[in-house]
Write a protein that binds this ligand. Structure first.
Ligand SMILES: NC(=O)c1ccc[n+]([C@@H]2O[C@H](COP(=O)([O-])OP(=O)(O)OC[C@H]3O[C@@H](n4cnc5c(N)ncnc54)[C@H](O)[C@@H]3O)[C@@H](O)[C@H]2O)c1
Length: 328
Protein backbone atom coordinates (compact mmCIF):
# COMPACT_ATOMS: atom_id res chain seq x y z
CA UNK A 1 0.00 0.00 0.00
CA UNK A 2 1.24 3.49 -0.87
CA UNK A 3 0.19 5.99 1.80
CA UNK A 4 -0.04 9.74 1.22
CA UNK A 5 -0.31 11.79 4.39
CA UNK A 6 -1.09 15.48 3.92
CA UNK A 7 0.07 17.55 6.86
CA UNK A 8 2.42 14.68 7.70
CA UNK A 9 4.91 16.96 9.48
CA UNK A 10 2.28 17.93 12.07
CA UNK A 11 1.29 16.42 15.40
CA UNK A 12 -1.11 13.73 14.17
CA UNK A 13 0.74 13.14 10.89
CA UNK A 14 4.04 12.33 12.55
CA UNK A 15 2.41 9.94 15.01
CA UNK A 16 0.65 8.23 12.12
CA UNK A 17 3.88 7.90 10.12
CA UNK A 18 5.73 6.49 13.13
CA UNK A 19 3.00 3.89 13.63
CA UNK A 20 2.82 2.97 9.94
CA UNK A 21 6.57 2.39 9.85
CA UNK A 22 6.36 0.31 13.04
CA UNK A 23 3.67 -1.79 11.41
CA UNK A 24 5.82 -2.38 8.31
CA UNK A 25 4.38 0.11 5.81
CA UNK A 26 6.72 0.32 2.85
CA UNK A 27 6.07 3.61 1.11
CA UNK A 28 4.79 6.77 2.75
CA UNK A 29 4.63 10.13 1.00
CA UNK A 30 4.09 13.39 2.87
CA UNK A 31 2.62 16.54 1.37
CA UNK A 32 3.17 19.46 3.73
CA UNK A 33 3.76 23.17 3.11
CA UNK A 34 5.84 23.36 6.31
CA UNK A 35 3.75 26.27 7.61
CA UNK A 36 3.48 24.55 11.00
CA UNK A 37 5.40 21.26 10.94
CA UNK A 38 9.01 21.29 9.77
CA UNK A 39 11.62 19.00 8.27
CA UNK A 40 13.22 18.82 11.73
CA UNK A 41 9.88 17.69 13.20
CA UNK A 42 9.56 14.93 10.62
CA UNK A 43 13.18 13.94 11.17
CA UNK A 44 12.35 13.29 14.83
CA UNK A 45 10.25 10.31 13.81
CA UNK A 46 11.94 9.06 10.66
CA UNK A 47 14.62 9.45 8.03
CA UNK A 48 13.13 10.71 4.79
CA UNK A 49 14.06 11.73 1.27
CA UNK A 50 12.84 14.77 -0.65
CA UNK A 51 10.56 14.38 -3.63
CA UNK A 52 12.06 16.76 -6.20
CA UNK A 53 10.13 18.44 -9.02
CA UNK A 54 11.23 15.94 -11.56
CA UNK A 55 10.71 12.84 -9.45
CA UNK A 56 8.38 10.39 -11.18
CA UNK A 57 4.94 10.74 -9.60
CA UNK A 58 4.43 7.01 -9.57
CA UNK A 59 7.83 6.34 -8.14
CA UNK A 60 7.17 5.28 -4.56
CA UNK A 61 10.52 4.36 -3.04
CA UNK A 62 10.61 2.46 0.24
CA UNK A 63 10.49 4.65 3.34
CA UNK A 64 9.21 8.19 3.74
CA UNK A 65 9.35 10.86 1.03
CA UNK A 66 8.55 14.52 1.64
CA UNK A 67 6.97 16.70 -1.02
CA UNK A 68 7.04 20.29 0.19
CA UNK A 69 3.87 21.76 -1.25
CA UNK A 70 0.53 23.32 -0.54
CA UNK A 71 -2.87 21.65 -0.85
CA UNK A 72 -3.97 24.83 -2.66
CA UNK A 73 -1.39 24.14 -5.39
CA UNK A 74 -3.17 21.74 -7.74
CA UNK A 75 0.06 20.74 -9.44
CA UNK A 76 1.65 19.70 -6.16
CA UNK A 77 -1.55 17.93 -5.14
CA UNK A 78 -1.73 15.98 -8.41
CA UNK A 79 1.92 15.02 -8.08
CA UNK A 80 1.44 13.92 -4.47
CA UNK A 81 -1.72 11.88 -5.08
CA UNK A 82 -0.44 10.02 -8.13
CA UNK A 83 0.02 6.35 -7.29
CA UNK A 84 -1.38 6.61 -3.75
CA UNK A 85 -3.63 3.78 -2.56
CA UNK A 86 -4.66 5.55 0.64
CA UNK A 87 -4.76 9.29 1.33
CA UNK A 88 -5.04 10.53 4.90
CA UNK A 89 -5.89 14.22 4.65
CA UNK A 90 -4.70 16.02 7.76
CA UNK A 91 -3.37 19.31 6.33
CA UNK A 92 -5.65 22.10 7.45
CA UNK A 93 -6.11 25.38 9.14
CA UNK A 94 -6.54 23.86 12.59
CA UNK A 95 -8.60 25.18 15.43
CA UNK A 96 -11.31 27.67 16.19
CA UNK A 97 -9.16 30.71 17.08
CA UNK A 98 -7.34 31.13 13.74
CA UNK A 99 -10.62 30.63 11.87
CA UNK A 100 -12.29 33.43 13.82
CA UNK A 101 -9.33 35.70 13.01
CA UNK A 102 -9.25 34.78 9.31
CA UNK A 103 -12.42 33.05 8.08
CA UNK A 104 -11.50 33.47 4.40
CA UNK A 105 -8.08 31.88 4.86
CA UNK A 106 -9.66 29.08 6.86
CA UNK A 107 -12.14 28.50 4.04
CA UNK A 108 -9.47 28.44 1.35
CA UNK A 109 -7.35 25.85 3.15
CA UNK A 110 -10.08 23.67 4.59
CA UNK A 111 -12.67 23.84 1.82
CA UNK A 112 -10.79 24.51 -1.43
CA UNK A 113 -7.75 22.55 -0.23
CA UNK A 114 -9.88 19.52 0.62
CA UNK A 115 -11.72 19.78 -2.70
CA UNK A 116 -8.36 19.89 -4.51
CA UNK A 117 -7.36 16.69 -2.75
CA UNK A 118 -10.62 14.92 -3.58
CA UNK A 119 -10.51 16.03 -7.18
CA UNK A 120 -6.97 14.69 -7.57
CA UNK A 121 -8.03 11.43 -5.91
CA UNK A 122 -10.91 10.90 -8.28
CA UNK A 123 -8.72 11.44 -11.33
CA UNK A 124 -5.97 9.23 -9.92
CA UNK A 125 -8.42 6.48 -8.91
CA UNK A 126 -7.35 6.59 -5.25
CA UNK A 127 -9.15 3.91 -3.31
CA UNK A 128 -9.52 5.36 0.17
CA UNK A 129 -9.54 8.94 1.48
CA UNK A 130 -9.61 9.60 5.22
CA UNK A 131 -10.62 13.13 6.19
CA UNK A 132 -9.68 14.65 9.54
CA UNK A 133 -12.76 16.44 10.80
CA UNK A 134 -13.74 17.38 14.33
CA UNK A 135 -16.69 17.93 16.63
CA UNK A 136 -16.80 21.53 15.40
CA UNK A 137 -19.20 20.93 12.45
CA UNK A 138 -21.86 19.84 14.95
CA UNK A 139 -21.42 23.02 16.96
CA UNK A 140 -23.88 23.89 19.68
CA UNK A 141 -25.63 20.65 20.62
CA UNK A 142 -26.63 18.69 23.63
CA UNK A 143 -24.01 15.95 23.82
CA UNK A 144 -23.20 13.16 23.38
CA UNK A 145 -22.40 14.09 19.79
CA UNK A 146 -23.21 11.44 17.25
CA UNK A 147 -23.16 10.94 13.52
CA UNK A 148 -26.88 11.47 12.93
CA UNK A 149 -27.12 14.92 14.53
CA UNK A 150 -27.91 17.90 12.30
CA UNK A 151 -24.79 20.12 12.24
CA UNK A 152 -24.91 23.69 13.56
CA UNK A 153 -21.32 24.98 13.36
CA UNK A 154 -20.51 27.74 15.85
CA UNK A 155 -17.23 28.83 14.24
CA UNK A 156 -15.77 29.29 10.75
CA UNK A 157 -13.57 26.25 11.49
CA UNK A 158 -16.70 24.16 12.13
CA UNK A 159 -18.25 25.46 8.91
CA UNK A 160 -15.15 24.73 6.81
CA UNK A 161 -14.78 21.22 8.23
CA UNK A 162 -18.48 20.64 7.56
CA UNK A 163 -17.96 21.67 3.93
CA UNK A 164 -15.06 19.20 3.73
CA UNK A 165 -17.36 16.49 5.08
CA UNK A 166 -19.95 17.44 2.48
CA UNK A 167 -17.45 17.08 -0.36
CA UNK A 168 -16.33 13.72 1.02
CA UNK A 169 -19.92 12.51 0.87
CA UNK A 170 -20.36 13.91 -2.65
CA UNK A 171 -17.16 12.33 -3.96
CA UNK A 172 -18.15 8.99 -2.51
CA UNK A 173 -21.61 9.04 -4.06
CA UNK A 174 -20.72 10.67 -7.40
CA UNK A 175 -17.27 9.31 -8.08
CA UNK A 176 -16.81 6.27 -5.87
CA UNK A 177 -13.84 7.62 -3.88
CA UNK A 178 -14.11 5.68 -0.59
CA UNK A 179 -14.09 8.65 1.73
CA UNK A 180 -14.18 8.15 5.50
CA UNK A 181 -14.78 11.16 7.73
CA UNK A 182 -13.37 11.02 11.24
CA UNK A 183 -14.55 13.61 13.73
CA UNK A 184 -11.72 13.73 16.22
CA UNK A 185 -12.25 14.69 19.83
CA UNK A 186 -9.66 16.87 21.56
CA UNK A 187 -6.43 15.07 20.70
CA UNK A 188 -3.49 15.29 23.09
CA UNK A 189 -0.24 13.47 23.72
CA UNK A 190 3.40 13.08 22.80
CA UNK A 191 4.54 15.24 19.88
CA UNK A 192 2.08 18.07 20.55
CA UNK A 193 4.70 20.63 21.65
CA UNK A 194 3.58 23.24 19.09
CA UNK A 195 -0.17 22.88 19.73
CA UNK A 196 -2.31 25.48 21.46
CA UNK A 197 -4.94 22.95 22.57
CA UNK A 198 -5.52 22.93 26.28
CA UNK A 199 -3.50 19.88 27.38
CA UNK A 200 -0.42 20.85 25.34
CA UNK A 201 -0.63 24.48 26.40
CA UNK A 202 -1.14 23.71 30.09
CA UNK A 203 1.64 21.11 30.11
CA UNK A 204 4.12 23.55 28.57
CA UNK A 205 3.07 26.37 30.86
CA UNK A 206 3.09 24.16 33.93
CA UNK A 207 6.59 22.90 33.20
CA UNK A 208 7.79 26.50 32.68
CA UNK A 209 6.36 27.51 36.04
CA UNK A 210 3.68 29.74 34.48
CA UNK A 211 0.14 30.13 35.84
CA UNK A 212 -2.58 28.31 33.91
CA UNK A 213 -5.50 30.37 32.58
CA UNK A 214 -8.76 28.42 32.50
CA UNK A 215 -11.25 30.07 30.12
CA UNK A 216 -14.63 30.80 31.72
CA UNK A 217 -15.39 28.91 34.92
CA UNK A 218 -13.79 25.65 33.83
CA UNK A 219 -17.08 23.77 33.57
CA UNK A 220 -16.88 23.55 29.77
CA UNK A 221 -16.37 19.93 28.77
CA UNK A 222 -14.22 18.19 26.20
CA UNK A 223 -13.59 14.63 25.10
CA UNK A 224 -9.83 14.19 25.47
CA UNK A 225 -8.41 11.41 23.31
CA UNK A 226 -4.82 10.24 23.49
CA UNK A 227 -2.86 10.28 20.21
CA UNK A 228 -2.17 6.53 20.22
CA UNK A 229 -5.90 5.73 20.37
CA UNK A 230 -6.56 8.22 17.61
CA UNK A 231 -3.91 6.66 15.37
CA UNK A 232 -5.50 3.22 15.84
CA UNK A 233 -8.77 4.67 14.60
CA UNK A 234 -7.17 6.40 11.60
CA UNK A 235 -5.50 3.18 10.47
CA UNK A 236 -8.73 1.24 10.82
CA UNK A 237 -10.63 3.88 8.87
CA UNK A 238 -7.98 3.71 6.15
CA UNK A 239 -7.90 -0.06 5.80
CA UNK A 240 -11.18 -1.59 6.90
CA UNK A 241 -13.38 -2.76 4.02
CA UNK A 242 -16.94 -1.53 3.71
CA UNK A 243 -16.73 1.84 5.47
CA UNK A 244 -16.54 4.13 2.41
CA UNK A 245 -18.89 7.10 2.66
CA UNK A 246 -19.17 6.82 6.45
CA UNK A 247 -18.59 9.36 9.21
CA UNK A 248 -17.36 8.42 12.68
CA UNK A 249 -17.03 10.21 15.99
CA UNK A 250 -13.52 9.31 17.24
CA UNK A 251 -13.19 10.10 20.92
CA UNK A 252 -13.41 8.42 24.31
CA UNK A 253 -17.10 8.92 25.08
CA UNK A 254 -16.02 10.48 28.41
CA UNK A 255 -17.19 13.98 29.28
CA UNK A 256 -14.45 15.79 31.20
CA UNK A 257 -14.56 19.40 32.34
CA UNK A 258 -11.49 21.51 31.72
CA UNK A 259 -11.20 21.91 35.50
CA UNK A 260 -11.23 18.12 35.97
CA UNK A 261 -8.57 17.67 33.30
CA UNK A 262 -6.46 20.38 34.95
CA UNK A 263 -6.81 18.69 38.33
CA UNK A 264 -5.73 15.37 36.81
CA UNK A 265 -2.76 17.06 35.11
CA UNK A 266 -1.63 18.64 38.37
CA UNK A 267 -2.03 15.34 40.23
CA UNK A 268 0.16 13.56 37.68
CA UNK A 269 2.74 16.35 37.88
CA UNK A 270 2.86 16.00 41.66
CA UNK A 271 3.19 12.25 41.32
CA UNK A 272 6.09 12.72 38.90
CA UNK A 273 7.86 14.98 41.42
CA UNK A 274 7.21 18.17 39.42
CA UNK A 275 6.11 21.52 40.83
CA UNK A 276 2.39 22.18 40.45
CA UNK A 277 1.50 25.56 38.93
CA UNK A 278 -1.21 27.98 40.04
CA UNK A 279 -4.42 28.27 38.06
CA UNK A 280 -6.77 31.22 37.46
CA UNK A 281 -9.97 31.89 35.51
CA UNK A 282 -10.17 34.19 32.44
CA UNK A 283 -12.92 35.12 29.94
CA UNK A 284 -14.49 32.55 27.59
CA UNK A 285 -13.40 32.69 23.93
CA UNK A 286 -15.65 33.43 20.94
CA UNK A 287 -16.86 30.34 19.13
CA UNK A 288 -16.03 27.86 21.93
CA UNK A 289 -18.77 25.36 22.75
CA UNK A 290 -19.68 24.67 26.39
CA UNK A 291 -20.18 20.92 26.22
CA UNK A 292 -18.50 18.42 23.97
CA UNK A 293 -18.22 14.67 24.16
CA UNK A 294 -19.07 11.92 21.74
CA UNK A 295 -21.07 8.76 21.45
CA UNK A 296 -18.56 6.43 19.79
CA UNK A 297 -20.80 3.39 19.37
CA UNK A 298 -20.73 3.56 15.58
CA UNK A 299 -16.91 3.40 15.54
CA UNK A 300 -17.06 0.49 17.98
CA UNK A 301 -19.47 -1.37 15.75
CA UNK A 302 -18.12 -0.65 12.26
CA UNK A 303 -14.43 0.03 12.83
CA UNK A 304 -14.25 -2.37 15.81
CA UNK A 305 -12.41 0.38 17.61
CA UNK A 306 -12.63 1.77 21.14
CA UNK A 307 -10.23 4.07 22.95
CA UNK A 308 -7.95 2.29 25.43
CA UNK A 309 -5.84 4.94 27.15
CA UNK A 310 -7.19 6.47 30.37
CA UNK A 311 -6.86 10.23 30.86
CA UNK A 312 -4.43 9.74 33.73
CA UNK A 313 -2.22 7.39 31.75
CA UNK A 314 -2.36 9.63 28.68
CA UNK A 315 -1.45 12.72 30.70
CA UNK A 316 1.43 10.88 32.32
CA UNK A 317 2.81 9.83 28.94
CA UNK A 318 2.40 13.40 27.69
CA UNK A 319 4.17 14.98 30.66
CA UNK A 320 7.03 12.48 30.46
CA UNK A 321 7.39 13.21 26.76
CA UNK A 322 7.50 16.97 27.33
CA UNK A 323 10.04 16.60 30.11
CA UNK A 324 12.25 14.26 28.08
CA UNK A 325 11.97 16.28 24.86
CA UNK A 326 12.66 19.46 26.77
CA UNK A 327 10.10 21.21 24.53
CA UNK A 328 9.27 23.82 27.15
N1 LIG B 1 -5.20 18.03 17.20
C1 LIG B 1 -6.52 17.96 17.47
O1 LIG B 1 -6.95 17.99 18.63
C2 LIG B 1 -7.52 17.89 16.34
C3 LIG B 1 -8.88 17.77 16.66
C4 LIG B 1 -9.80 17.70 15.64
C5 LIG B 1 -9.38 17.70 14.33
N2 LIG B 1 -8.07 17.82 14.03
C6 LIG B 1 -7.66 17.85 12.64
O2 LIG B 1 -6.60 16.92 12.43
C7 LIG B 1 -5.74 17.41 11.42
C8 LIG B 1 -4.29 17.39 11.90
O3 LIG B 1 -4.18 18.18 13.07
P1 LIG B 1 -2.80 18.37 13.84
O4 LIG B 1 -3.15 18.58 15.26
O5 LIG B 1 -1.83 17.32 13.46
O6 LIG B 1 -2.34 19.78 13.23
P2 LIG B 1 -0.86 20.35 12.99
O7 LIG B 1 -1.01 21.82 12.83
O8 LIG B 1 0.09 19.83 13.99
O9 LIG B 1 -0.46 19.73 11.58
C9 LIG B 1 -1.01 20.18 10.38
C10 LIG B 1 0.07 20.11 9.31
O10 LIG B 1 -0.51 20.55 8.09
C11 LIG B 1 0.42 21.40 7.43
N3 LIG B 1 -0.38 22.33 6.59
C12 LIG B 1 -1.18 23.34 7.02
N4 LIG B 1 -1.73 23.97 5.97
C13 LIG B 1 -1.27 23.33 4.87
C14 LIG B 1 -1.47 23.53 3.48
N5 LIG B 1 -2.24 24.53 3.03
N6 LIG B 1 -0.85 22.70 2.61
C15 LIG B 1 -0.04 21.69 3.06
N7 LIG B 1 0.20 21.48 4.37
C16 LIG B 1 -0.40 22.28 5.26
C17 LIG B 1 1.18 22.11 8.53
O11 LIG B 1 2.46 22.55 8.10
C18 LIG B 1 1.27 21.01 9.59
O12 LIG B 1 2.49 20.27 9.46
C19 LIG B 1 -6.26 18.79 11.03
O13 LIG B 1 -7.06 18.64 9.88
C20 LIG B 1 -7.11 19.20 12.20
O14 LIG B 1 -8.12 20.10 11.84
C21 LIG B 1 -7.12 17.91 15.01
Amino acid sequence: MNWLITGGCGFIGRALIARLLDEGAQAVRVLDNLSVGSRADLAQVTDFTEMGDRAGNDNWPDGVTLLEGDILDTQAVTQAVSGADIVVHLAANTGVGPSVEDPMGDCRTNVVGTLNMLEACRHAGTKRFVFASSGAPLGVQTPPLHEEMAPHPASPYGASKLAGEGYCSAYYHCFGVETVVLRFGNVYGEGSGHKQSVVAKFTKQALSGERLEIYGDGTQTRDFIHISDLIDAVIRAATKPGVGGETFQIATAQETTVSEMTKALLAVMKDEGLTEPETYFGPMRDGDVMRNFSDTSKAREKLEWVSQVSLEDGLRRTIRYFVAADTV
